[in-house]
Design a protein around this ligand. Sequence first.
Ligand code: ZN
Length: 295
Amino acid sequence: MPEDQRVEVTVPPFLGGLGVRKSWQKSGVNLGEILPDGWRKPPDERQNCARHFRPGSPPSGLERIVRPISAFLIVDVQNDFISGSLNISNCSAQQNGLEVIDPINKLLDTVEFDSVFYSLDWHPSDHVSFIDNIKQRPIHPTSPLNSDNAQVYDTVIFAGPPPMKQRLWPRHCVQDSWGSELHKDLKIVDQGIKVYKGTNPEVDSYSVFWDNKKLSDTTLCGQLRMKGSSDIYVCGLAYDVCVGATAIDALSAGYRTVLIDDCCRGVDVNDIESTKQTVISNNGVIVNSREPNFA
Ligand SMILES: [Zn+2]
């Protein structure tokens, strides 16, 4: 990436405060004020703290700042995305999902997160996202493709009601199949909590918080509330699909959100970049766990 598209960002207080991390930000966006020592400060940090600095039911804004409660959210590190039917290495970015396992395990071994969540894409056999189910539901007249010419990874519009855009994927992560299991090399911590998503046959669910139509939430929202979580560290598969959607929902729900770049692999290079851009412009932080002072 050209040098002018790189920007150094200060670490928000909840990450230790004094260190400096690198992140990515394309030119043309507000890079924030330049500090006396030459570092750029992201425009969002004070704003973000202020957003949390308000009285209310516990944890109050002040508590959230001085005593952050962390949740590590490992998204969909499942067989089908690594070596099964939706092996992401067959997608345009040709990234290898297996590569997230070592750095994630290392974080689990070295960082004392207050809670750890593992999400699982968990579809019934008649799920709307499977290309081989395309003839099960009527297509809307405005759909650019129909059930005869749509190919895998294309997007169609199902009739609904209401009409619903849906990207078509190979059959994957069918409940209780090998493909839906977490990869055997992923470390499962004792108190780890599994969250299942995509269980409704009629609607897909990229985010671990909500289905794509925001009709129903998973158990994650309640669990995070119960634990008083303030900061969410997100990683896993696929970067530009479920990880990105989860990070954006975490930000909109008011959590301080950190995306761990090297613990993610994705589908499409451009979509990965725009995911990063969206996370940054919504006050999220992107870090790399290999940086020496992360843990
Ligand atoms: Zn799925």
